[in-house]
Design a protein around this ligand. Sequence first.
Ligand code: ADP
Length: 384
Amino acid sequence: MESTWLVLVSLALGLAVGAGFVTLLHVAERHGRRAAEVVNPAVPDGIDQVLDALESAGAVLDPSNNVIKASPAAVSMGLVWNQQLVHPELLELAGQVRRSGDAISESLILSRGPFNDASMRVRVRLARLGTRYVLILAEDRTEAFRLDEVRRDFVANISHELKTPIAAVGLLAEALGHAADDPVQVRRFANRLTTESGRLTRLTQEIIELSRLQAQDSLAEPEVLNVDDIVSAAVDQSRVVADADRITIAVGKKSRAEVSGDERLLVMAVHNLVANAVHYSPEGSRVGVGVRRHDGVVEITVTDQGVGIAEADLERIFERFFRVDQARSRHTGGTGLGLSIVKHIVQIHGGDIRVWSQPGSGSTFTIRLPEAPPTAPSAAETSS
Ligand code: ADP
């Protein structure tokens, strides 16, 4: 933005002086008659081309505050409509620039055009062009601001989430010291210390995993993977917990589907869904895991007969640290990061995740991934 700005301003000033940038009133006398003609009310060629090529918003105002040239983004962002600036705030700044001659930089919150109530965060720069014109450059910073906010929230959430188990470890260590002569108490506090340190380990591992996933858009070295193998590895990791609650995990028939991706991450994604299905289900119930292929898409479905999720919460369950029931999630050792990790893993594999749920009846989570293109048969296979 800064460099575009400098180039634009120097180009514009040069052109303004050299090419006679002002609107000229030519009074000519031809064949004994006076004729008034307005010559070149537009900005010079150079500015035209720069504004046309500009990705961010740019506009030039004439002395009556009419927009005589605007970049496409200035119109699509809703700053300019009908050859006028939409926002009085910008007109006010243009007036200040004209009066003082000094350039202005400001961050503003503006509406997205004359007919849209949604707001946007905009960084604007205004400067005089010659003596009569004002150049406005604007950059939509809404998305950057939102990402910044997400990052700040994440850090605040992490500190909050870490505080509880760290405080618990401190208190338990102290209690352990006081109970040194009572072996029953010592065993009780030691067990709780083990639980809390396990929670801390899980939390830090998941935070690190999620941060890594958020930093990548796609996979560096994807491999062709058998989806049935991914599912059985993921289910195996949940068997012990499921058996303890007499929950049956039923895996559907082999699909022979293949996807291109990272095995460790895909096993983690399916495992997180199966682990949730087990955690949020009553004793003695059933969890089903199936794989289906159709139209170049591989669907991995995990279904449970558990507590289900209310419609209002469905949109939020993929957010970091969101839990429908804080107490229950803590009791089961949940971090609130599992589904967020699943969402990111699926995204970097070019897929998506869907959920259907009904409180009291259960939930179905479906991971959808692009099927790997069939591999060409090897020479050995063709000749046999
Ligand atoms: P957690 O570690 O708390 O399980 P997740 O990100 O995996 O965090 O899930 C977020 C929340 O979504 C959970 O706290 C729970 O309230 C809800 N949830 C996830 N899976 C299920 C499920 N199969 N049945 C009911 N609720 C679920």
